[in-house]
Design a protein around this ligand. Structure first.
Ligand code: DX5
Ligand code: ZN
Length: 232
């Protein structure tokens, strides 16, 4: 089993959209930057699309982790992989052929991520784990930053972690929504190891210090409650 470490991926949804290059420079110690793409169809909000993400990819000091909250993922997600992103996550609720899509993302050089809305159970998708590099369990209803962490998602994270261990696949478990210095501990104890944080990073005077502090809390809780060896 390859070792897992805890990653902090700040969400630029909470950044200043007029100064994105400068905002990226403020999180240079992050593991990746989480880029929330919303189309006002899959979620009731609109952010940025492919042309802006392509520019971010060119200037970012850290890898890009795209979270596509868009309809017709089968059509659009591969184009984000073509842009050279490290990781592309589509919502299973928006994909007609998730296995085909995950394979296509990998074939185009990106890590394949699959996201589940809070109301979407993980069990029907456990056989897909070997096709994925990351499973994103939403801990708020997607669409907006600054919402409260849904503790009712903790059992789903635990079941997903157990299934990943059972499968032997090297799948990261990402959580997104309401992650703070406090909630990260519960999410990590349940088995998440990649943490998206928008307001808890960009809402702080020093985003770099916030990242270090979140990572330390997450790593401590994750290491203490899983059987996986850590290299961080
Ligand atoms: C919500 C987005 C999140 C959001 C998280 O739909 O997917 O990435 O930016 O923001 P916080 O950390 O403030 O909950
Ligand atoms: Zn997100």
């Amino acid at each position: 089993m390859s070792p897992l470490k805890c990653c902090i991926n700040p969400s630029i949804l909470s950044a200043d959209f007029v100064n994105l290059e400068a905002e990226l420079a403020r999180i240079a110690n992050a593991d990746a930057v989480h880029v929330d793409v919303m189309d006002n169809h899959f979620v009731p909000n609109l952010t940025i699309g492919l042309p802006v993400v392509e520019r971010l990819q060119k200037v970012s000091p850290v890898p890009l982790d795209a979270h596509l909250m868009i309809a017709d993922a089968d059509r659009w997600a591969p184009l984000y992989a073509d842009a050279g992103l490290d990781s592309v996550t589509f919502h299973v609720e928006a994909a007609n052929a998730p296995i085909k899509l995950a394979r296509e993302l990998r074939a185009r050089g990106a890590k394949a991520g699959m996201a589940l809305r809070p109301g979407t159970p993980v069990e029907p998708y456990l056989d897909l784990l070997t096709e994925l590099d990351m499973l994103l369990i939403m801990t708020v209803e997607p669409g907006f930053g600054g919402q409260s962490f849904l503790d009712v998602m903790l059992p789903k994270i635990r079941r997903a972690r157990a299934a990943v261990e059972g499968s032997g696949a090297n799948v990261a478990i990402q959580v997104d929504g309401g992650i703070t210095e406090e909630t990260i501990t519960r999410a990590a104890e349940a088995g998440a190891n990649v943490f998206v944080a928008g307001s808890a990073v960009y809402g702080k005077p020093s985003p770099e210090e916030a990242i270090e502090s979140l990572r330390a809390n997450g790593q401590l809780a994750f290491t203490g409650t899983t059987l996986i060896s850590n290299n961080a």
